[in-house]
Design a protein around this ligand. Structure first.
Ligand SMILES: [Mg+2]
Length: 444
């Protein structure tokens, strides 16, 4: 039975609900609703003017309603009389087909019809910056290889500890935090979960990390490459598929005994796991339009070597065993890690595109191709026949547009709306004059 939010408010002394939805660009938008009005809002939804929602709606469209998903409600740990609740976008009594959470819900249902329940864990890297956002917040954090820097960690422990405490309080199974490979960069990990729950937690994590950092006088960014020359913000996804959702899951259907050669399982991936991976490999260039959604994204995946010595980001469509220089790593039996997504990825579309590409792989029995057990940073030139990832956002959008099966799996309305909005963004970028142009063209 779904939670009754009116009762929930009384039991937990909630004064306000923040009814939230995520737009096509990954932005979170919300209305703050007093608890006295939540009963009606739970039934009818909170109203938004469609044109203002970044969901490719016009001023002529009727109100869009975000209908709260009561089972996903989260009390803000830093302001306990307010609860956040993600909404499902509805218009004229129908789901808004292009709304990211609806796209994901539809794909989860499709996978479930085929007995597949995707679980994922994500690693949302971020930087702690000064409020202006143009430099890292800790001027002492200058080491060339700052990964796991204990002293730099200590200088920001108030922020990281507070966020970690909140994740523990929320029961997310928080299990580790570290200073990452760039100066000013962090990663905080919590347990994997069903795709929709992970998407909701990913959204809430971004909201929480930003809110806590702002309280401490800093600014969090998930921007893929916020500082030239330093490692960028990835959002690696660890993927497995199970026989049932939630705590009913008993069998990981990606897992196979490592010794079982009949299941082509030299890395502990079952035949279904290999086909799912095959779908990700087959659609990689196109799905980059979703996993690497911004102009800036392509400065992470096609970056020159960083100050620390590695970008930790792929530039070619290859997979391997436990080796972080490839687009896909199979670190152990029964799961694989997609290292392509970056911090700008829309939490709902990330999960949706994984399921869309993976399902297509299973249905078409896609072969992931040969496994390259080499150091891609040192020996990448030896790879033959593997596509190079898109060099920029326009290439990625074109690859997505050319991939008819992925477009239709994500939904025709969604794909049309997404391509339209992202092409507008690309065109806007192209009309802006840059200092690079002046420096390289002035004296020609
Ligand atoms: Mg990391």
């Amino acid at each position: 039975m779904a939670i009754d939010l009116e009762v929930f408010a009384k039991e937990n002394d909630i004064k306000y609900f923040m009814i939230s939805f995520t737009d096509l660009f990954g932005g979170q938008r919300a209305k703050l609703v007093p608890a006295r009005a939540i009963g009606d809002m739970q039934k009818d939804g909170a109203g938004f003017a469609g044109f203002a929602t970044w969901l490719d709606l016009t001023p002529a469209h009727p109100d869009m309603l975000a209908v709260p998903d009561p089972d996903a409600v989260i009390i803000l740990p830093w302001q306990k009389d307010i609860a956040w609740v993600p909404g499902n976008c509805v218009m004229d009594g129908q789901d808004v087909a292009q709304a990211p959470r609806n796209v994901l819900r539809r794909l989860i249902a499709e996978a479930a019809d085929e007995g597949m329940h995707v679980k994922t864990g994500i690693e949302a890297e971020f930087f702690l910056l000064t409020p202006a956002g143009d430099q890292i917040s800790d001027s002492f954090d200058t080491a060339a290889k700052p990964c796991y820097d204990q002293q730099a960690f200590m200088r920001r422990i108030d922020v990281i500890r507070e966020i970690s405490d909140y994740m523990l309080e929320l029961g997310w199974g928080a299990y580790q935090n570290d200073h990452e490979d760039a100066n000013g960069q962090w990663e905080m990990n919590w347990d994997y979960d069903d795709a929709l729950s992970t998407a909701d937690k990913h959204s809430f994590f971004k909201f929480m990390a930003k809110s806590v950092a702002e309280k401490h006088g800093y600014r969090v960014t998930f921007m893929p490459k916020p500082i030239e020359g330093l490692t960028g913000n990835g959002c690696h996804a660890h993927i497995s598929v199970w026989d049932a959702p939630g705590s009913d899951a008993k069998t990981n259907i990606f897992a196979a005994p490592i010794s079982d050669k009949d299941q082509t399982s030299e890395l502990g991936l079952s035949e279904k796991g290999r086909h799912f991976l095959g779908g990700i490999m087959k659609h990689a260039s196109a799905l980059a339009a979703i996993t690497n959604p911004t102009v800036n994204s392509y400065k992470r995946i096609n970056a020159p070597r960083t100050i620390s010595g590695a970008t930790w980001a792929p530039n070619t469509v290859t997979w391997t065993g436990n080796n972080r220089t490839h687009m896909v790593r199979v670190p152990g039996p029964g799961r694989f890690e997609l290292r392509l997504p970056d911090g700008a990825v829309n939490p709902y579309l990330l999960q949706a595109i994984i399921i869309a590409a993976g399902l297509d792989g299973v249905r078409s029995k896609a072969d992931p191709g040969r496994r390259w057990d080499i150091d891609m940073y040192a020996e990448g030139h030896k790879v033959t026949g593997a596509p190079v990832l898109p060099l920029n956002m326009l290439d990625a959008l074109r690859a997505y547009d050319d991939d008819a099966s992925l477009k239709s799996a994500m939904g025709d309305e969604f794909s049309a709306a997404y391509l339209k909005m992202k092409h507008l963004e690309w065109n806007d970028f192209c009309t802006h004059f840059t200092e690079w142009e002046r420096a390289n063209t002035l004296d020609i």
